[in-house]
Design a protein around this ligand. Sequence first.
Ligand SMILES: [Zn+2]
Length: 181
Amino acid sequence: MTNSEAEKIIERLKNGCGQHRFDESGVWKEYYRFLLKCNYTAMDEAVSEALEQDSRFAPAISALSKLYREAKNTRRTDVIKNEKYCPVCDDKGFGFVTKKEAMGNYVYVLYCPFCEKGKSFAYDGRECKDKSLYHVEPLTKYYSEVEIKEMRQANLERWEKREEREAIAMEGVIEKIGVRI
Ligand SMILES: [Zn+2]
């Protein structure tokens, strides 16, 4: 997470817990250092969980770390759904790009920055203090505005057809069971 995200988490812990020692600069720094290595969304969930369990005292880093790992493991991207259909990625949350490299062509996964599901795939290891190589880039980095518009249009057309098909299929089901609307 970024510096400001780490501050947000510490602020949540300060406000949410009856007792904390964040006013001591050594304590504050230690939490800060730990938080910078973590993913913000998962940590935010871990804090919610910690506060739910016991909001009298600020959770120790060890307790927070455990809850964080749990939150990270249970955060499955397929659980996150878009409220509104995203025509850029067809609600998948990601797309691909083929890059030519010395060893041949490589296919990379890109996240869709236009929807919630897509954003759940975004992970920037470079933001963390211990530099991670794992890094997913947004579709917009490799596709131009025009190309994205084309994707959006093509998916929207397919989606409308699918909706039609589903409506027709539904009508068939309703007829079969003898109910008319
Ligand atoms: Zn999308």
